[in-house]
Design a protein. Structure first.
Length: 99
C-alpha cells in the first residue's frame, strides 16, 4: 500500500515554493563508513567457553566404572531395579534437552 500526502514529496522533487528537499546530513551518532564492529566476550562468557571445552574433551565412557559393572554382572552380583534407573534417565534426558 502506498500512502501519499499532499504535504510530503520525495527528496529532490521541488516543493510548492520551489525549494528542493535534500537528504539530512549524517549526524555524529550514526556509524561512520568503514568503521568495524567489535565483539568483547565477558569474563563469564570466557569461563563458560572454558568449561564447555573441558566437558567436550572428557571421555564419553568412564572405563573404570564400566569395568567394575561388567565384573559385577559376570559374577552375577549386579542388581539394579527399574525404579532406580528411570529417574536418572529422565534427568539426563531433560538436561540434554536444554542444550
Amino acid at each position: 500500500m502506498k500512502i501519499r500526502s499532499r504535504t510530503t514529496r520525495p527528496l529532490g522533487v521541488p516543493t510548492a515554493y520551489g525549494e528542493r528537499r535534500t537528504p539530512p546530513a549524517a549526524d555524529e551518532t550514526s556509524p561512520a563508513r568503514g568503521a568495524s564492529d567489535r565483539v568483547q566476550i565477558s569474563d563469564r562468557g570466557v569461563e563458560i567457553r572454558h568449561a564447555r571445552s573441558l566437558a567436550l574433551a572428557a571421555p564419553d565412557i568412564r572405563e573404570e566404572l564400566v569395568g567394575e559393572i561388567v565384573a559385577l554382572i559376570e559374577q552375577g552380583e549386579y542388581q539394579v531395579s527399574g525404579a532406580d534407573v528411570v529417574p536418572k534417565l529422565v534427568r539426563e534426558h531433560l538436561a540434554l534437552a536444554r542444550w
